[in-house]
Design a protein around this ligand. Structure first.
Ligand code: HEM
Length: 205
């Protein structure tokens, strides 16, 4: 496992600006990593229905990002929305619930903010969500019942493609705004994790 993670982490040598992003958003990363939703996910104790609610709320952000940045990709491995739909289908069948239920959909502010951003800064979602799946996700995939979302046929190549897409257009002038937007993206995640964590199962029954 440790070797696998090391292999993932060394897949791409981030440039100076990417290193700055990582450094200046680390506090937010570490905060979300310690959120009880993620802690229970890592421990394998998060109820399946909460993970399903988490996924249904992440799906719109993935589909929106894909429309802007991955529309013409030949690497179908990067189309995370397809994998999430499969996982949701598996959880729905397993639990006999429909997650697409207005009581548990909390993503509207986040999506509105996403669409209000300039094209380049929309990449912050690509940075946070895709790299989360490719790094932390490799730990999580062993802990979830259905984890198609974290499967990549060629993980190192996928990391390179996403890193390159983010670095394309990143410069000394826009990096600070990019960092601000990454931090906002983490805040939307944190708020979502709070909402999902507080959901009683009765909301989807
Ligand atoms: C739940 C447990 C999580 C664990 C154990 C975890 C672990 C990791 C690890 C080991 C890395 C690689 C660090 C390195 O390159 O030295 C990483 C990177 C990253 N993670 Fe997480 N993570 C978790 C959750 C999340 C979540 C929920 C998000 C997003 C909401 C996230 C976003 C990221 C991002 C964007 C990176 C890339 C940082 C960079 O290289 O610039 N992670 N994570």
């Amino acid at each position: 496992m440790l070797l696998h993670l090391l292999n993932v982490i060394t897949a791409y040598r981030p440039n100076k600006l990417s290193k700055k992003i990582k450094k200046e958003t680390k506090q937010k990363h570490d905060a979300i990593e310690k959120h009880p939703l993620l802690v229970e996910l890592v421990n394998g104790t998060l109820p399946d229905y909460k993970y399903g609610i988490y996924l249904i709320n992440l799906l719109p952000i993935y589909t929106s990002v894909e429309t802007f940045f991955l529309n013409n990709t030949s690497n179908t491995d990067l189309i995370q929305s397809e994998k999430i739909r499969k996982d949701l289908h598996s959880y729905s069948k397993y639990l006999n619930v429909n997650f697409n239920n207005a009581n548990v959909l909390f993503y509207s502010d986040w999506i509105s903010h996403f669409f209000s951003k300039d094209q380049f800064f929309k990449k912050t979602e690509l940075y946070v969500r895709w790299l989360a799946d490719m790094y932390g996700g490799q730990i999580l995939k062993k802990k979830v019942r259905f984890g198609e979302k974290y499967e990549f046929k060629d993980l190192r190549d996928s990391i390179k493609t996403i890193r390159k897409e983010i670095e394309d257009g990143l410069n000394e002038q826009n990096v600070d705004q990019f960092i601000d937007e990454v931090n906002k993206t983490y805040d939307f995640h944190y708020k979502l994790a709070d909402k999902v964590y507080g959901c009683p199962e009765s909301l989807i029954r």
